[in-house]
Design a protein around this ligand. Structure first.
Ligand SMILES: Cc1cc2nc3c(=O)[nH]c(=O)nc-3n(C[C@H](O)[C@H](O)[C@H](O)COP(=O)(O)OP(=O)(O)OC[C@H]3O[C@@H](n4cnc5c(N)ncnc54)[C@H](O)[C@@H]3O)c2cc1C
Length: 334
């Protein structure tokens, strides 16, 4: 039994909530079922997790595979760490809570990032000074055409800032079915003091993963729009890295430009650039820029994917005109 659904609306399957349809859809709860579907399929495929990093701009004339296989197991345990194997369909935040409740440190800074575990390596999720790659050991993935299983080590994944091999050379080639992470039994992973808000929210006494996660959750809830109330897919653009000469020119014009030296270049907050052009709170029809977070594009209810995309292109063009900086989308535009 293949359980394929026809002409399925994806509106409720993505956090930005735009309307589009997929010709065929299949909810995948186990890997055997996935192989069965892949063997008999000849349509183009899209792989869907929690739908929190996708902007769907048109109907898809193919098969959408919704990866929902569950399970968390401990593969190895020593006095100081555990190796955990997590199936791709587990919800990321629920996995973070599981880790903390079991006393394991490593992913606490990544609490409340929406989406599923299988998508976490795709853009090497990161928040509050920590990226997935710091705890990542490997992932298992199925090649969409050969159906062969391949294990990708951290090195194979070629992780970068919101980037991996799965957004480049191997884009749309694999379905990640599980990941393995190394978590500490000796406390939290990192408290990056650059993020003053976290420190302020951690009360007296020793710091532990629980306290960091609670602080992160509190900050995120106060700053980021809840997709259940206002459709969005998180930061729409990556923070650009610019070279020295462009940076020198910009500092002359904008002495207050925030910047973070990174590998011989300068990382500039994309939100600052967008805000400087007065886009914060901008709205055209039902597509808009969030009133408090200039990096987040929102759907006030009936925006289409194309309208959100047009708005993002307008912002990109204006940022380039004024700052000569090319913004790159973090969101996957389909
Ligand atoms: C409010 C909000 C806040 C956010 N904050 C952050 C943040 O702090 N840091 C951060 O890094 N991201 C953040 N994001 C972005 C998003 O949560 C992450 O990118 C997340 O990992 C996406 O997971 P998902 O399951 O929803 O993926 P989806 O949106 O379903 O898919 C994203 C991409 O991954 C691919 N994919 C999904 N699952 C698989 C799989 N099993 N195998 C192969 N490919 C797959 C899809 O094809 C697509 O290309 C935020 C998003 C929102 C809405």
């Amino acid at each position: 039994m293949n359980h394929l659904e026809d002409n399925k609306s994806i509106e409720k399957l993505t956090t930005i909530g735009v309307k589009a349809k997929t010709h065929k859809y299949c909810n995948i709860n186990d890997i055997e079922h996935l192989y069965e579907i892949l063997k008999s399929n000849s349509l183009p495929i899209k792989v869907l997790g929690g739908g929190s990093n996708i902007l769907w701009t048109k109907d898809f004339n193919g098969l959408t595979l919704h990866i929902n296989n569950k399970g968390i197991s401990i593969e190895k345990e020593t006095n100081s760490y555990v190796v955990v194997n997590v199936q791709a369909g587990e919800n990321w935040h629920e996995f973070v809570i599981w880790s903390i409740n079991n006393g394991y440190g490593g992913v606490e800074n990544l609490a409340l990032i929406p989406g599923n575990v299988g998508a976490a390596p795709i853009q090497n999720i990161g928040a509050y000074g920590v990226e997935l790659k710091e705890v990542f050991i490997e992932c298992s993935a199925i090649h969409l055409r050969s159906l062969k299983n391949k294990v990708f080590s951290a090195k194979d994944c070629q992780f970068g800032y919101r980037d991996s091999i799965f957004k480049n050379k191997e884009k749309n080639n694999y379905i990640i079915t599980s990941i393995k992470l190394k978590l500490s039994k000796q406390g939290f992973h990192k408290l990056d003091l650059k993020y003053g808000d976290i420190k302020k929210l951690i009360d007296e006494g020793p710091v532990n993963p629980h306290k960091i996660a609670n602080a992160v959750i509190k900050i995120r809830k106060s700053k980021l729009p809840d997709p259940k109330k206002l459709g969005n897919c998180g930061s729409f653009f990556k923070n650009p890295l610019i070279n020295n000469s462009l940076f020198d020119n910009l500092v002359k014009k904008y002495p207050d430009i925030p910047n973070y030296p990174s590998g011989g270049k300068f990382k500039i907050p994309a939100a600052w650039l967008i805000e400087k052009l007065n886009y914060k709170g901008y709205r055209i029809g039902d597509a808009g820029v969030h009133k408090n977070q200039a990096l987040i594009l929102v759907n006030y209810g009936n925006s289409t994917g194309i309208e959100i995309l047009n708005l993002s292109n307008k912002i990109k063009e204006d940022v380039f005109k004024v700052f000569k900086i090319n913004l790159v989308a973090e969101v996957n535009v389909w």
